[in-house]
Design a protein around this ligand. Structure first.
Ligand SMILES: Cc1cc2nc3c(=O)[nH]c(=O)nc-3n(C[C@H](O)[C@H](O)[C@H](O)COP(=O)(O)OP(=O)(O)OC[C@H]3O[C@@H](n4cnc5c(N)ncnc54)[C@H](O)[C@@H]3O)c2cc1C
Length: 383
């Protein structure tokens, strides 16, 4: 047995244990709750329980309550939770990526104060770039932090902020000078900010919100990373976030595939189960192959991220492919279910709505393609 075999065995075991817990506890709880907003207390309880199985804890050092298993393990565990419920999976994803930002760039005081709690799911983090007029063009951020003695005074509006309503603290990407973008940590309980939820076509169980900053005073010591490095640091963090977005696609597509396999073996038309019709068989074979390909692409991307090498091209490929293949696979799953596929009685209806959201956050498909082409040609085609 090599060390690599040990790590693979450890990951497989973690996935198996989590799967049992999800099937026994989270699947029925989510089913009976439905797609209504999950209150912070319940989401906290579920996120902490999932954390005990490795979600959020897997990639972090033991001194912060982590399991030291790496980001591949985190993605494998994330896939399992997405398979059961994307609403339940998302807060843990944001906590893991937010914790990575603090672990890499935060001061010792920030780490002591926030890291263990956010990794365990005892608190929630949000991070925000997007604003009403700032989407794909992240460098256009307008939210401003102006220095006043030993404090920043922040004003602006952020939108589409995942975990917003749950958040105990918020890592805000803002302008600290005319040509200077930085990250500032705002503690909701200490410094305050106003939050308003955004209703969506799906994923209303978890929180996507607007955050309003009106003369919010925050100590200069809450600057995360070097001043003026906010954009570079955000782009680096996107690599990790995009791998999660890709696995979000893999998780829901795998569920759509399993639901389709089950249904196609039960439903009979023209004298036999529909799985026995060649065009349905072709759909299932194609769906399964796309799911496997997206997972392999993402696992290769995360291996490159973990090696420390620049991985923007690989993560963009994984994000584009994983999220778009899920739209296609979930649509095929609805087709396989026929009329039943558009009813609330069948899971594929929800999956199809969730899949459509998937390509948008952390850079749309168009933006991923521009990133891939720029990496290949050295020529940027953004503007
Ligand atoms: C569910 C959800 C959760 C989110 N969570 C967060 C979060 O936690 N934090 C956060 O900061 N943001 C978050 N976002 C925001 C997300 O990152 C943005 O929505 C995304 O980057 C796109 O920006 P936009 O919506 O303003 O679209 P726009 O940038 O206005 O784009 C509109 C269309 O134009 C296309 N387009 C734009 N520029 C170009 C170009 N140069 N070439 C070709 N096509 C182009 C886009 O691809 C898109 O099709 C979230 C969004 C959603 C839907």
């Amino acid at each position: 047995m090599t060390a690599n075999d040990d790590r693979a065995g450890e990951r497989a075991m973690a996935v198996e244990n989590l799967r049992k817990f999800l099937d026994a506890e989270i699947e029925p709880a989510f089913r009976s709750h439905g797609e209504r907003f999950i209150p912070k207390e319940t989401m906290g309880e579920w996120t902490r329980a999932l954390g005990e199985f490795g979600l959020t804890r897997a990639p972090f050092a033991e001194r912060w309550g982590g399991f030291d298993m790496g980001w591949l393990a985190q993605l494998m565990l994330f896939e399992e939770v997405v398979y059961t419920s994307l609403d339940v999976a998302i807060p843990g994803f944001i906590n893991a990526v937010g914790a990575k930002l603090i672990e890499t760039l935060g001061t010792d005081e920030m780490k002591e104060r926030y890291l263990a709690d956010v990794i365990a799911g005892r608190s929630f983090v949000s991070f925000g770039i997007s604003e009403p007029d700032v989407g794909s063009d992240v460098a256009a951020v307008r939210t401003r932090a102006v220095r006043d003695g030993d404090h920043w005074v922040l004003n602006g509006e952020k939108t589409w902020i995942t975990n917003g309503e749950y958040s105990d603290f918020f890592i805000c990407t803002c302008r600290t000078g005319e040509n200077e973008i930085s990250h500032i940590l705002i503690d909701r309980h200490e410094h305050g900010y106003e939050v308003r939820g955004i209703p969506k076509m799906a994923l209303n169980g978890q929180s996507t919100a607007q955050i309003f900053l009106s003369d919010v005073r925050v100590p200069l010591a809450n600057t995360v990373g070097a001043l003026g490095k906010g954009l570079v640091n955000t782009l680096k963090l996107f690599e990790l976030a995009r791998c999660h977005m890709a696995i979000w696609g893999v998780g829901i597509a795998r569920r759509a595939l399993d639901e389709s396999i089950r249904y196609s073996k039960e439903r009979k038309q023209h004298g036999k189960v529909i799985a026995g019709h060649q065009l349905i068989a072709e759909k299932i074979a194609t769906m399964a192959t796309h799911v496997e390909a997206a997972r392999l692409l993402t696992h290769a991307a995360i291996a490159k991220v973990e090696s420390g090498a620049r991985a923007d091209k690989e993560c963009a490929m994984a994000k584009w492919y994983g999220t778009e293949m899920a739209v296609k696979v979930c649509r095929d799953a609805v087709e396989i279910h026929g009329g039943n596929g558009v009813t609330k009685e069948f899971v594929v209806e929800r999956l199809a709505r969730e899949s459509i959201i998937n390509p948008i956050p952390d850079g749309t498909t168009e933006i991923q393609k521009l990133l891939i082409a720029r990496a290949l040609t050295g020529v940027q085609a953004f503007r």
